[in-house]
Every structure is written in C-alpha cells, then in structure tokens.
Design a protein around this ligand. Structure first.
Ligand SMILES: [Zn+2]
Length: 86
C-alpha cells in the first residue's frame, strides 16, 4: 500500500493517536498503524477497526485517565475484553 499523500511505501508500525476527550488532550499510545516511510511526510493511517476500538475505549475512560492524558493500546485491549465479558 502506498501513501495517499506522497506515494511512498507505508510500513506497519505503532503510532500515537491524539484526540480531545471531554476537553482534555488525550494520547492513545502504541496504536497499530500504517506509517509513511518518508519522514518528511509522516502520514499515519489507522484501520477503521482500530478507530472503532479507540471510540469504544473513550467510553471506558475515567476522570483519572483523563488527568493522566494517556492510555496504551495494551490497556485498551484489556478494557475492551472486560467489556465483552460483562
Ligand atoms: Zn507519505
């Protein structure tokens, strides 16, 4: 798959996704992504399934998570697994 912006190769990597959650700057860390190998471009593409997981993860965030401002993909997976058990 090629980068839609600069046509360089996209490589599978983990990347950080940033969002504003309830007015807090929030970072989702080590999220699987396709990253453009052209450092000057640096385009990051997340799969739609990953985006859905991030959306679900937002619903699990507690006030202390928002204060920390960061959650790892591992922690997201743990929480989503717990949600499915309940
Ligand atoms: Zn690119």
């Amino acid at each position: 798959m090629k980068c839609p912006i600069c046509k360089s190769t996209l490589v599978e990597k983990s990347a950080n996704a940033r969002r504003i959650v309830k007015g807090h700057k929030f970072t989702f860390k080590n999220i699987p992504a396709l990253v453009c190998e052209n450092e000057l471009c640096g385009q990051i593409i997340f799969d739609s399934l990953i985006i859905e997981e991030l959306d679900e993860a937002v619903a699990t965030l507690e006030p202390e998570d928002l204060l920390k401002g960061i959650i790892t993909y591992e922690e997201i997976k743990k929480r989503l697994a717990l949600l499915q058990m309940n």
